[in-house]
Design a protein around this ligand. Structure first.
Ligand code: ADP
Ligand code: MG
Length: 345
């Protein structure tokens, strides 16, 4: 199984009731790549996925190309894509094996070959012992494993996943996320993965397209998006971002908590951003800024501190210390100029 490149060209969608779900967007997905569409509810992720699948037609004269061929008029059953949804669309009255076999039967694959393929798929998803179970006898996580096995059984040209883990509890989500990661790497199939969960997006995406109000706000590797967010929307959506407003003082920014030195890219900015993990707790003499502890959460491998520097916004710090901080205690912080970000826009 291997992937094909997919191109989405100027695909937009307005529904009959006038809802503008998607502005005309462009996406270039490389063969074998996993691209994650990430964004809050209602931003157009599912609509984009359904256009790629052939369940929805773009109404802006846009096109979808599979391996360079225009498939815009081609219905879903002829696009040869595997799909998995948040709520498992499995056949409840069939066994696990029959569910996985279904698509192969429809395609007229001979029985011997079908049996071998089903066995291979169940092994791949570690659900061989469940082969004869009925769907209603399975847990949510097991059902999603079946849904994945069924989606890849026909060796589709692309795999389209719409929030496949959202309905599962946190622990199951983590283990199945690892499983999906392993699966996607071993199959090297072109995958579009929709989620509103940034941790999932960071873990699975070769690239992430962050969506906002029917537009792609930024597209890039997880590292790019995390370390150089293109807008405050993206910065806030991925991880925690501190924001400080102050006045320019030479190569630094002065604000109520102290003075933060800026790297060459940020000099002259009056609004800066930095991540909690880029702040170190230091002695007063080594500090760039200081404040008082508002709250301190011990999280096992680190402590999350919220600090009031006198600025309108509190600063969140990821402290390595495991000794507890006391509310109201003074803390002194240093930050490397290279870790200070500014928005380009
Ligand atoms: P997401 O998957 O990011 O939550 P969707 O693509 O499902 O977003 O929806 C984008 C917008 O389009 C939302 O405002 C949603 O309510 C609207 N929408 C989706 N499907 C329909 C539909 N069939 N008819 C009318 N509006 C729709
Ligand atoms: Mg959706």
């Amino acid at each position: 199984m291997s992937g094909i490149p997919i191109q989405v060209q100027r695909c937009g969608k307005t529904f009959d009731d006038g809802t503008r779900a998607l502005e005309p967007i462009d996406l270039e997905i490389a063969a074998g790549e996993t691209i994650v569409l990430l964004g809050p509810s209602g931003c157009g992720k599912t609509t984009t996925l359904r256009i790629i699948a052939g369940l929805e037609a773009p109404d802006t004269g846009g096109r979808v190309l599979f391996d360079g061929t225009d498939v815009t008029p081609v219905p879903i059953e002829k696009r040869n894509v595997g799909m998995v949804f948040q709520s498992y669309a499995l056949f409840p009255n069939m066994s696990v094996a029959e569910n996985v076999e279904y698509g192969l039967k429809v395609r007229g694959m001979p029985a011997m070959q079908r049996a071998a393929r089903v066995k291979e798929m169940l092994a791949m998803m570690h659900i061989e012992p469940l082969a004869q179970r009925r769907i209603d006898q399975l847990s949510g996580g097991q059902r999603q494993r079946v849904a994945l096995a069924r989606a890849i059984a026909t060796r589709p040209r692309a795999l389209l996943l719409d929030e496949p883990l959202t309905a599962l509890d946190a622990k199951l989500r983590d283990s199945l996320r690892l499983e999906i990661d392993r699966l996607l790497r071993s199959l090297a199939i072109t995958t579009v993965y929709v989620t509103h969960d940034q941790a999932e997006a960071m873990a699975l995406g070769d690239r992430i397209a962050v969506m906002e109000h029917g537009r792609i706000a930024q597209i890039g590797s997880p590292q790019d998006i995390y370390s150089a967010p293109a807008s405050s929307f993206v910065a806030d959506f991925i991880g925690t971002m501190n924001r400080i407003t102050g006045v320019v003082q030479g190569n630094a920014l002065r604000f109520s908590g102290g003075v933060i030195a800026l790297g060459p890219d940020a000099v002259g900015s009056t609004e800066i951003m930095f991540r909690p993990e880029d702040v170190r707790i230091v002695s007063p003499a080594a500090a760039n800024f200081s404040g008082k502890v508002v709250s301190s959460f011990f999280l096992g491998d680190h402590t999350r501190l919220v600090i009031d520097t006198g600025d309108a916004q509190w600063v969140t710090v990821r402290a390595q210390q495991r000794t507890p901080f006391i509310s109201g205690e003074s803390v002194h912080c240093a930050i490397d100029p290279a870790a200070v970000l500014t928005l380009k826009s």
